[in-house]
Design a protein around this ligand. Structure first.
Ligand code: A2P
Length: 347
């Protein structure tokens, strides 16, 4: 393509800024990058390579001449504007939860199910950060020995709540050390020096929406309605990088050693697993890194075919911005930067 215009919608947010950084670092072949945000930010500037780009207000008619729009501006903004993008012939890669379970939209992690991009209708969904890193690590195991059931507990960083989560943890830590009263707005309770077993809203079944995202998104991307997924999602006072304790029951036996060998060859995965040398992944190692890191691989001695592992990744990067940019790269590679029917989301 001689012209490739990319819009970054939500460019002033925590993920949006990382998207600009990732596009630059990976030398994404855009001929123009346009940052969009709300009216509040119009006229401000954001950094892209060695330039300062002026932020524009996102509007329904913003997408004329834009080839790819990467959204990270929240579900409501995405629900409102993505159909206009697709109608204008612009392919959307959306980081919110708005389109993930919509049958018209593929939900894609390039290391897991890139083939689903082939049936896109103009909007492609980026999965939840916790699902992405879990499936990058589990897909090779699923393909090799099958997985019957996954039990996962997450330890999720405050940056998953956006800039307001980062600001809240930072301010609470400062206030506590200065013996001032703390305020909480982003979370229902103090997050500094605390853990909240509550991410996103509670649903009728007493799970949170975040937990059910892990269940439903796993089934959609593995094309497996039968796989059991049981999740507990916890917010922890970490700025960047989610950790996950994952237990799986496989169809056939896989030893811990076989698992280490398999994952050390898997795309996007780095195995860090040497207990004797005290080597294991940690969120602080992952910040700013592309790889999903896996360690503490052990056979589950309580069942016949089971494995335990600890998975960490930068939630803003592989969990959001990088995965979205990789989807855009895959669209280009597969010559899929076009909208087959511009009216699918206008009906
Ligand atoms: P703005 O900075 O103008 O509010 P975060 O997840 O870090 O909170 O970032 C959210 C991003 O989504 C920001 O860039 C924010 O822009 C953007 N955003 C929020 N509401 C809208 C909207 N109605 N239209 C366009 N962008 C929006």
């Amino acid at each position: 393509m001689d012209k490739l215009t990319v819009a970054v919608c939500g460019a002033t947010g925590a993920v949006g800024r990382e998207m600009l950084e990732t596009l630059a670092q990976r030398d994404f072949p855009a001929t123009e990058v346009i940052p969009f945000a709300s009216a509040r930010s119009a006229g401000k500037t954001v950094k892209f390579k060695d330039q300062e780009l002026t932020v524009r207000e996102l509007k329904e008619d913003s997408f004329e001449g834009v080839d790819i729009a990467i959204f990270s501006a929240g579900g409501a903004t995405s629900t409102k504007f993505s159909p206009f993008a697709a109608h204008a012939g612009c392919v959307v890669v959306d980081n919110s939860a708005a389109w993930r379970m919509d049958d018209r939209c593929p939900l894609v992690v390039p290391e897991v199910n890139p083939e689903d991009l082939a049936w896109h209708n103009g909007i492609i969904a980026n999965p939840n950060c916790s699902t992405i890193q879990m499936l990058v690590a589990l897909k090779p195991i699923y393909d090799t020995v099958g997985i019957r059931r996954i039990v996962v507990s997450t330890y999720q960083a405050v940056s998953g709540t956006g800039q307001k989560g980062i600001n809240e943890l930072e301010k609470q830590v400062r206030d506590l050390f200065n013996q001032r009263d703390i305020e909480h707005k982003a979370y229902p309770y103090q997050i500094a020096f605390n853990c909240l077993p509550h991410i996103d809203i509670f649903l009728d079944n007493d799970y949170t929406k975040e937990e059910m995202k892990m269940v439903n998104e796993t089934r959609k991307m593995f094309h497996d309605d039968k796989i059991g997924v049981s999740a507990t999602c916890v917010r922890v006072p970490v700025f960047f990088g989610h950790g996950e304790s994952v237990n799986i029951e496989t169809e056939k036996k896989m030893t811990a050693k076989e698992c280490r060998v398999l994952l050390s060859q898997a795309p996007g995965v780095r195995v860090i697993d040497n207990p004797r040398e005290l080597l294991y992944p940690m969120p602080i190692m992952c910040a700013g890194q592309d790889d999903t890191m896996v360690g503490r691989i052990r056979e589950d001695e309580s069942i016949e075919n089971g494995l335990n592992m600890w998975i960490c990744a930068d939630n803003i990067r592989k969990g959001a911005a990088l995965n979205a940019v990789q989807i855009a790269e895959e669209l280009l590679r597969r010559d899929l930067v076009r909208v087959p029917d511009r009216n699918v989301f206008m009906k």
